[in-house]
Structures are given as structure tokens and as C-alpha cells.
Design a protein around this ligand. Structure first.
Ligand SMILES: [Zn+2]
Ligand SMILES: [Zn+2]
Ligand SMILES: [Zn+2]
Length: 795
């Protein structure tokens, strides 16, 4: 092949390209094109050398991009031309064995089309086998016990491959070549049905059939899934769903639904093509989609909610169950409220005692809890042609609100390649709610799966395990610990102990600074931006509870450019559950001592209560000042009568959002309530967004009997318009939108549109959640940058 037109290229591919059939794909492609060379795994991905005629090599490079396996995710690909070697044939080299660490851990992926076909094929040896997988699908992260990713380092280590499976595993062109968790009915895990006390009553196919029949009778079944238990119940039976709600003590928070097919989802939801693509993707998350008005579901599935969290079967076991059931099923996390999901079948009967009527379990151990991910599709950026007066339609974007199965532990690159040793590994421990942790090494940050709220002993245990786990998997020992500024978070006290124990620096990061930095890191933004960080609560460091913030921020530092005008967090924590308290506190700022006498039918707060709250507000006892946007939404929910009691975080704000969305759908517009931007005496904050004129106008509308939907919509529009004025005062061209409030798609869309129309470039989260699930990323990059600056400073 040594003619003048031959060429040899060396291609370095980084990303999630191990354990996803990428090497066999390259092998088959190179053989098909008649190229010589080899492919092998490296520390961060895959290295290829390929040699052949120039046009064929070109075609090879092109098809590498276009034809790569769906489950592979290429982050970077760099090609260099190297001297022609004239070797023969193409081979897969076994791992380099250079002793380098392999940092790539593949995520768990939904059953692929080929495996689904085998599952339904009576002539296939894996017909109806609940644990079939291949290189394109199946559990990975959830069963990994160590790296590198190979079978002996997974929870499948105890299942010795039979000769047929072994032959598939070893055949370079087989779909199961080096598919670590493969199994078959001869050599793999088995299925069992246990009764409520945890005693086995059936196994194999019989277990499956009896499980289906229990569900058809309306019972609650705990199903051991991929990354933990789920609780299943018939979503069309009001009685059954209500029973699950009562047992879980979860009165209102929506349940996710599992559907047998995309057609079935379509008959209950209005799906956009993007939402459909997400449901069918290898990540197969729960997608929050709009419910059809005529959907015949139990109201208890998602009370007073126009959206449904929907998903498709993700494992062979789910496919088998749903193929028999052929109806929407509630499939919610198998836990007690506030606790992490149960992963061990031997613990399940005790931990889910009184909740589940029976247990469908198997003997493939789960290495770590991995919940279902939750995403939604939002309106993204309008095309860049603004200057030329061409306004094209906004592109849809994905927002992840719970990042777990399918997405974790894919790394996020936050900066350019750093020289080795430039960056000490950093552990960031996240916040208190929706906790995740993160490990930063070099320019990569790996976030843990969603760990949940750290308010229970079980959750605290899971949090500590996750920290050990991630360090062990990535083989890094942190030399810096980053945490929230809040001194009383469990995560913060843990970080303090750990840093002291290891004698390494502790870097506390202000909550909203971490939110802003997290979004900046997603886009690798350098320099200063205006960060709009709106959420329920974050420690301000000045004795106040922040939450309606406009920060001028870089990674290293921030100043508080503006915030909401403060009001009292009446009774502290109690205000989260009773929106009426925020309404009273807001009214107190408006009319002081006249608050208790203010009578408003829709408010639903008695005179006696108003008097009691008045005396608390007068003294300020147990009622710190807050600038929380979440609580301002609560106040609106309470005045309008949309929500009097919140049983889960964000419930009241969601009620306001849904009402406003209804108005927007009907009218397409709303005139925003006035919000004043007033300069502030406080040297630390330049401006206050004063909501008093807004509240006055709203109360007038309520007295006049205006529609609640219209009032809610005017509130949203007022916030968007006021944000533009703050951005204009700040004068920075780039604006970052972050914090839990921006899970509200209407708010996000309005604020984004208004800012874009005023000429700002707007950035929103697409890789990590805007809520506290994204905090750990922000903490890690802030700590990294502060340390680098410190190093330079000392140099
Ligand atoms: Zn497969
Ligand atoms: Zn086998
Ligand atoms: Zn937050």
C-alpha cells in the first residue's frame, strides 16, 4: 500500500467512548473500508491509527462522526497525520496497560432496539430474559465497583459466563464483544417474587406473571430496577394511587408515569418532537410533558398539575412487565419520603414495610443508588441573526432538573486543558436540598447522581457513601474541599470535618455565587457576567436569607449588584410550608401595623392568625430578613388563594406558574405589574427590586375581582421587565439565569426573551440542574479558580 496516495492518521477521541461499543464500531468501519491500523482504549477515551488511500481515510473520519453508536458521546476528536507504516489488517489492541488511570465511566443506558428484538423473539436464546444487555445498552455505572470498567469490577463478577456468552464476549465483531454485564438464562441473574414479608412465592416467568396480576388488582408492587427500587401502581385507578400516596405520606407531589410505548404516551400527552426524541434516547429520562385535557388518569397522579412526568421502559424487566400490563403505571422512587431509594432487596421489606404489598426482586446487586433522571424541554436561544433584523424561531433546549440515570457520571469540561499538576483535585459537597457532590480533576468535573435532601439519617449515610465512592472510582484524593457558606448544612459540617482530618484547605462558596458559576462553567464563560440567581433560600453571609439575587460575578468573586427588597421570613422554616406567612410579611412591609386589618377573601388567612403574625413581625423573633424569590412567589400564591399549604418544595410557586401559563395560552400576553428599581443605602448592594407597587397593584386587581390567571401572568411579566432594567443598569452584555425558580418554563422564557430583545446574550443550564443539584459544579470551579489566582498571586 506504499503508493504516494496512502495516508496514516492518528485520531484521539475523548468522551464516553468506552464500554459503549465504540471500539467494535471502529473495527467494523475500518474493515469495511479496507483500512489498516488499530484501535485501543486510553486514559480518557480511545486512540486510533488508520492507514489507507487519502479519500478512504477522509471517509473513515467522516463516518466516525456520523455513524458512531448512539450511546457514545464524543467530547473531542483530534486528528494528526503520522508516517505511513504499511502494516496489514486492522485490530483491536487490548488496553494499553501503561498503568494509566482510565477515568471514563460509562453511564447506564436504556435497552437498545437490538436487545428489545431479541427479548421478543421466541427463537432467541434470551427470549423473555429480564437481564439481557449488549455494548449499546444496560447497567454500567450502577453496577461498577471499581475501575477500569471490566466485568471483574462490576456486580456481575459473581456470575461466571457460560461458554456461549463467553464466545460472544470474546468475538471482536459481536455486538457483545467486551459487553461487561452480559448474561443469559443459563449463567446470569434470576427474578423472584416476594410477598409483603419478604418470603419468596415464585421465580422466573411465574414471578413475572404473578407480579402483573398483582398490579392489575391495584396493589402496590416494589420493583427492583436498574439503580434502585421503584414503587408501581396502576395509574388509572384513583383508589390505588391514593393508597400509595397515603402510605408514602406524600399528599400532592406528582408521581412519574411509565408507559408501554411512545404511542401510549401520545394518547395522554402532547409531545413535541424533542420530547419524543428524549423519551426514545439511550438516556431515556422522565420527561415533563403537557397532559392532554382528556387524559383518563387518576387525579391523584399529579394533582392540579397540567404536566405529567412520563417515561418509557428502560430495562428488559420493564419492557416485559409493560408489554403485559399495556397501561400507564405510576413508577415512583422506592423510598420513604425524604429518604434515598432502596437498592438492596434484603433491606427492602423492612424499609418499604407498610408501603409495598409485594416485591419483584433479582440477585444482580446494585452498586450504588441511581434514580431516574428528570428533564424538560424549554424554549432556548433565538438564532444569532438579531443584528440583521432576522428573528428566527427559538431553538428548543433540554433542561435537566434531576441528573442521575443515563447522564451520570459524564464529566463536564469547565476550562481549557491545564498543565498537569496545575490543578489540585477538589471535592465539592453541594448544598442541602437535591444534593449532588462533585470531583474536579484538571479541567473535568464529575458530578455524582442526585442524592436528594440531606435531612434524614439514611440520606446522610448515602451522602457519605457517595463521597467515598466517587473518590474510589476516580482514584483521586481531594486536596481541597469546597462547600456552601451555610454553617449549619450537614454537607458543610461534613466538609469541615473532612478538611480538618485531611489537613487540606476548605473553601466555602456563597450559595448564589455557586449557582452562577455552575452555569458559567457549562459554557466555559470567562470574565464577568450578570448572574440572575433566583431560588428559595441560600445563606447570604450577612445574616440574611438570600434568594432574589443579581450578582456581578466571575469565577473568583462576586458583588451583589441588586436583590429583591427584603421582607421577613416569618417563623423561619415554617414559612416554606405556609405561603400565607410570606404574604403577611410582604404586606407588613407595605402597610405595617395595618396588615392584620387588611381583609382579602382569596387570602384565606384568619384575622386571629394575622394578629399573631403581626406581633411576630413587629418583634422580628425567629423571622430573619430574606430576599427570596421563591417566597415572593409564595406570597402571590397565597394572596390569590392558589395555594394555602405546601407539602413539597416549590408547590406554591408551581401553582402561580400554572395559572400564568393558562393565561398566556389564552391571551398570548400580559401587562407586567410595575416593579421599582431603587438605589440602595447599603454599600454592598447597589439596587433593590422593590415589589411594593407590584403588590399594591395586585391587591387592587384582587379587590376588583380580576381573574387569578391574569394576575399570575402579570406578576411573571413584571419580573421579566424589571430584570431587563437591572441588566441595563449593570451594563454587562452576558446574563446567566440560574437557581430553582428558573425551572418555571414561563418565567425562563419571558426573562430570556425580554433580555434578548434588549440585546443581551442569555445563558441557561442544559448540562446540570438550575436548582441546588447543580451547586456542586459551581462550588468546584469557584474553588479551583480562587486557588489558581492564589497561586499566581504568590508566584
Ligand atoms: Zn442492547
Ligand atoms: Zn450465558
Ligand atoms: Zn439554591
Amino acid at each position: 500500500m506504499s503508493d504516494a496516495l496512502a495516508q496514516r492518521v492518528r485520531v484521539e477521541v475523548e468522551g464516553t467512548v468506552q464500554g459503549v461499543g465504540f471500539r467494535p464500531f471502529i473495527y467494523r468501519l475500518a474493515r469495511e473500508l479496507g483500512l489498516a491500523g488499530w484501535v485501543q482504549n486510553t486514559r480518557n477515551g480511545v486512540l486510533i491509527e488508520a492507514e489507507g488511500g487519502v479519500p478512504v481515510v477522509e471517509m473513515f473520519l467522516q463516518r466516525m462522526r456520523t455513524d458512531a453508536p448512539l450511546s457514545a458521546s464524543v467530547e473531542t476528536m483530534s486528528t494528526t497525520v503520522v508516517p505511513v507504516l504499511d502494516d496489514a489488517g486492522f485490530s483491536i489492541n487490548q488496553s494499553a496497560g501503561s498503568g494509566q488511570r482510565v477515568l471514563v465511566i460509562p453511564p447506564d443506558l436504556a435497552t437498545c432496539a437490538d436487545c428489545q428484538r431479541e427479548l421478543a423473539d421466541p427463537y432467541d436464546r434470551r427470549f423473555r430474559y429480564p437481564f439481557l444487555t449488549c455494548t449499546q445498552c444496560g447497567p454500567r455505572y450502577s453496577l461498577l465497583t471499581a475501575i477500569p470498567y471490566e466485568r471483574s469490577n462490576t456486580t456481575m463478577a459473581g456470575f461466571t459466563l457460560c461458554s456461549t456468552c463467553d464466545a460472544e464476549y470474546g468475538a471482536e465483531i459481536d455486538r457483545r464483544f467486551h459487553a461487561e454485564p452480559i448474561a443469559c438464562p443459563t449463567c446470569g441473574p434470576s427474578l423472584y417474587l416476594w410477598n409483603g414479608q419478604g418470603h419468596e412465592v415464585a421465580d422466573g416467568e411465574e414471578a413475572l406473571q404473578r407480579a402483573v396480576s398483582l398490579l392489575e388488582q391495584g396493589l402496590v408492587l416494589a420493583v427492583k430496577g436498574l439503580g434502585g427500587f421503584q414503587l408501581w401502581v396502576d395509574a388509572r385507578s384513583q383508589e390505588a394511587v391514593q393508597r400509595l400516596r397515603n402510605r408514602k405520606q406524600r399528599p400532592d407531589k406528582p408521581f412519574a408515569l411509565l408507559f408501554p410505548s411512545i404511542e401510549a404516551v401520545r394518547s395522554y400527552c402532547l409531545l413535541s418532537s424533542e420530547e419524543e426524541a428524549l423519551l426514545r434516547s439511550p438516556q431515556a429520562p422522565i420527561v415533563l410533558a403537557r397532559k392532554r385535557r382528556d387524559a383518563s388518569l387518576a387525579d391523584a397522579v399529579a394533582p392540579a398539575n397540567p404536566y405529567l412526568g412520563v417515561m418509557l421502559p428502560t430495562t428488559p424487566l420493564h419492557h416485559l412487565l409493560m408489554a403485559s400490563l399495556q397501561r400507564p403505571m405510576v413508577a415512583t422512587s422506592g423510598n420513604r419520603s425524604e429518604e434515598p431509594i432502596v437498592t438492596d432487596e434484603w433491606e427492602a421489606p423492612a424499609r418499604l414495610n407498610g408501603i409495598a404489598d409485594a416485591f419483584l426482586v433479582h440477585d444482580r446487586p446494585i452498586a450504588r443508588p441511581v434514580d431516574d433522571s428528570v428533564v424538560l424541554v424549554v424554549e432556548g436561544r433565538t438564532a444569532e441573526n438579531h443584528d440583521r433584523g432576522v428573528v428566527s424561531k427559538p431553538r428548543p433546549e433540554v433542561m435537566i432538573v434531576r441528573r442521575a440515570r443515563g447522564y451520570v457520571p459524564q464529566a463536564i469540561r469547565w476550562g481549557d486543558d491545564l498543565p498537569d499538576g496545575m490543578q489540585s483535585p477538589i471535592l465539592a459537597v453541594g448544598g442541602h436540598l437535591k444534593n449532588t457532590i462533585a470531583l474536579l480533576t484538571g479541567n473535568r468535573v464529575v458530578l455524582s447522581q442526585h442524592l436528594g435532601d440531606l435531612s434524614t439519617v439514611e440520606a446522610d449515610k448515602a451522602f457519605r457513601q457517595a463521597i467515598e465512592d466517587l473518590q474510589r472510582l476516580l482514584k483521586v484524593a481531594p486536596q481541597v474541599i469546597a462547600c456552601d457558606l451555610h454553617p449549619d448544612y450537614r454537607s458543610t459540617s461534613f466538609a469541615r470535618e473532612l478538611a480538618a482530618g485531611l489537613s487540606v484547605p476548605l473553601v466555602p462558596v456563597q450559595h448564589h455565587h455557586a449557582h452562577v458559576a455552575s452555569c458559567m462553567a457549562e459554557y466555559k464563560l470567562e470574565g464577568e457576567v450578570l448572574g440572575v440567581a433566583w431560588d428559595g433560600a441560600g445563606h447570604g453571609g450577612d445574616g440574611q436569607v438570600w434568594g432574589g439575587e443579581f450578582l456581578i460575578a466571575s469565577y473568583q468573586q462576586f458583588t451583589r449588584f441588586a436583590s429583591l427588597k427584603p421582607f421577613r421570613l416569618l417563623g423561619g422554616e415554617a414559612a416554606m410550608k405556609e405561603p400565607g406567612r410570606s404574604a403577611a410579611a410582604v404586606l407588613w412591609e407595605l402597610m405595617g401595623e395595618n396588615m392584620p386589618e387588611h381583609d382579602l377573601t382569596s387570602w384565606g388567612v384568619t384575622h386571629g392568625q394575622r394578629v399573631r403574625w403581626g406581633s411576630l413581625l413587629r418583634s422580628g423573633v425567629a423571622s430573619p430578613w430574606t430576599t427570596s424569590m421563591g417566597r415572593l412567589f409564595d406570597a402571590v400564591a397565597s394572596f390569590t388563594g392558589l395555594c394555602h399549604q405546601a407539602s413539597f418544595e416549590g408547590q406554591a410557586a408551581m401553582a402561580v406558574q400554572f395559572a400564568a401559563e393558562q393565561e398566556w395560552e389564552a391571551c398570548g400576553r400580559a401587562e407586567g405589574y410595575p416593579m421599582d428599581l431603587v438605589s440602595c443605602q447599603n454599600p454592598d448592594t447597589k439596587w433593590l427590586m422593590d415589589w411594593r407597587s407590584m403588590v399594591s397593584a395586585m391587591l387592587e386587581d384582587l379587590h376588583r375581582g380580576h381573574r387569578l390567571e391574569q394576575i399570575a401572568a402579570r406578576f411573571h411579566a413584571g419580573l421579566a421587565a424589571a430584570t431587563v432594567r437591572v441588566a441595563q443598569a449593570a451594563g454587562l452584555p452576558r446574563v446567566v439565569l440560574t437557581g430553582g425558580c428558573f425551572q418555571n418554563r414561563l418565567l425562563l422564557r419571558l426573562v430570556r426573551r425580554h433580555l434578548e430583545e434588549a440585546g443581551f446574550t442569555v445563558y441557561c443550564h442544559t448540562l446540570v440542574p438550575p436548582n441546588d443539584g447543580g451547586l456542586s459544579l459551581g462550588q468546584a470551579v469557584v474553588a479551583a479558580n480562587q486557588l489558581m489566582t492564589g497561586k499566581e498571586g504568590r508566584a
